[in-house]
Design a protein around this ligand. Structure first.
Ligand SMILES: N[C@@H](CCOP(=O)(O)O)C(=O)O
Length: 439
């Protein structure tokens, strides 16, 4: 299997090269050159498959250079947590993706990638430096997923003062091979600086860099698994609408990739907060990236979503086709707060702010857009729940007027000393820092 860049100006590469490079040399994002498809018999028997079965089957189609038994072990070990599908009635479901070690869906990607990278680099005598930009959840998951992995150093860039207290504790207290850089800017500044580092020839001569963000194709492979597993858990085999709370749009892209492989999905709802570049594109046909705004669903505070390039590529650069696959909507913080309160009061179900944006989008879809995808009223709508509410304790407790019980996994980092280096939102500063620390 070869991978090609969305910018089409770089040579096709192997899986190992695509994964270990992260970004293509022409600045594009890698996608498979030819799409593999799951067999009809596998898809027909989905309800009998475990998450790990699905994980191995899919990864085998994308990952070269790792033996079957090793790859099977990697998928089993990486996906050793539950992914329950909860019904909220009226054909609305919540797929809880936050039962991994850092309580966010980013654990799928980080745990899978760290093991894949180790297997691919078994013979390597040079350290790999993982650069990741984070608006909260990616950084925590990458810190945990790559912690103490031999031959790999992790450098996380996060926007100062713009992640939740618990996220900050998670990503600044790991220690060992993980360092956090607190950037005086937005998530988009962090992402821009990271991308600049990948295209800086002189830096790449001195350091071997890779990415753990969703720009890396290796991040999106495990994110396909749970789409299939959601369908496997439905009592009737059907073709759901997936609602994806979105920031950098890697999660929704993974859904489109799953669809390419044969997954039956009626459509996708792109739910955003005030950072509404993609819903605006769906309405008006123009993509206008702009600096991100700060919201209470901070992991989605992205003003220039990287995976837009993959979405456009996957849907043949055809605006009408994109609109046929994706319906989008954006919501304010006050609407998000209202949803958290209402769903908690009426259904005794507590959502984090990101999932609440998704729930609000489904409400709006049902009340005013039902039938947009030519679906029937009984079509399931599955909201991808991206994070545990306790990660946003400070936002949620005042909304529901109650204390949230803190899971033990989160408690562990709360009393540790934050360790970070403050950096200007300036690429040259980052380059200097990287060379001083890793060269
Ligand atoms: N939502 C992210 C921002 C980075 O996005 P990614 O999916 O490209 O890693 C976060 O929580 O850090």
């Amino acid at each position: 299997m070869k991978y090609i860049s969305t910018n089409k100006k770089a040579d096709p590469v192997s899986f190992a090269e695509a994964a270990l490079k992260g970004l293509a040399p022409d600045g594009g994002l890698y996608l498979p050159q030819i799409w593999p498809r799951l067999s009809d018999s596998f898809l027909d028997q989905l309800s009998q498959k475990s998450l790990q079965d699905i994980g191995f089957k899919i990864s085998r189609l994308f990952v070269d250079g790792i033996d079957d038994d090793v790859l099977e072990g990697i998928t089993k070990e990486a996906l050793n947590f539950d992914v329950p599908l909860n019904s909220l009635g009226n054909q609305v479901y919540v797929l809880e993706l936050f039962h991994g070690p850092t309580l966010a869906f980013k654990d799928f990607g980080a745990r899978f990638m760290s093991r894949i990278f180790s297997a691919l680099r078994k013979e390597s005598d040079r350290d790999l430096v993982i650069l990741a930009a984070t608006s909260g959840d990616t950084g925590s998951a990458v810190a945990q997923g790559f912690l103490s992995v031999e031959g790999i150093k992790v450098c996380l860039l996060y926007p100062k003062g713009k992640v939740s207290y618990i996220q900050e504790q998670q990503l600044t207290t790991a220690g060992q091979n993980v360092t956090a850089l607190e950037v005086e800017g937005t998530f988009d500044d962090c992402q821009r600086m990271v991308k600049e580092a990948f295209s800086d020839y002189s830096l790449n001569e001195k350091l071997q860099l890779s990415s753990a963000n969703s720009i890396n194709i290796a991040r999106l492979i495990p994110q396909m698994f749970y789409y299939f597993y959601a369908i496997a858990q439905l009592s009737v085999n059907s073709s759901p609408i997936f609602c994806v709370p979105s920031g950098n749009f890697g999660n929704l892209t993974a859904g489109l990739m799953a669809q390419k492989m044969g997954m039956s999905a009626t459509g996708f709802i792109a739910a955003t907060n005030a950072n509404d570049v993609v819903p605006e594109f769906l309405d008006y046909g123009e993509f206008n990236p702009r600096p991100s705004k700060r919201t209470i669903s901070n992991a989605m505070d992205v003003g220039n979503p990287s995976n837009f390039a993959r979405i456009v590529d996957l849907l043949n650069e055809d605006y009408q086709q994109i609109k046929r696959h994706i319906w989008g909507a954006s919501f304010s913080d006050s609407q998000t707060r209202q949803v958290i309160k209402e769903v908690y009061r009426k259904q005794d179900y507590l959502m984090d702010p990101h999932t609440a944006v998704g729930y609000r989008a489904v409400q709006q879809y049902i009340s005013s857009e039902q039938g947009y995808f030519s679906e029937s009223k009984s079509t399931p709508k599955i909201i991808l729940s991206t994070a545990h509410p306790a990660k946003f304790k400070d936002v949620i407790e005042p909304i529901i007027g109650k204390k949230i019980t803190m899971p033990d996994r989160l408690k562990a980092c709360l009393n540790k000393q934050k360790q970070s280096h403050v950096l200007e939102d300036d690429y040259d500063e980052l380059k200097k820092w990287l060379l001083n620390h890793y060269n």
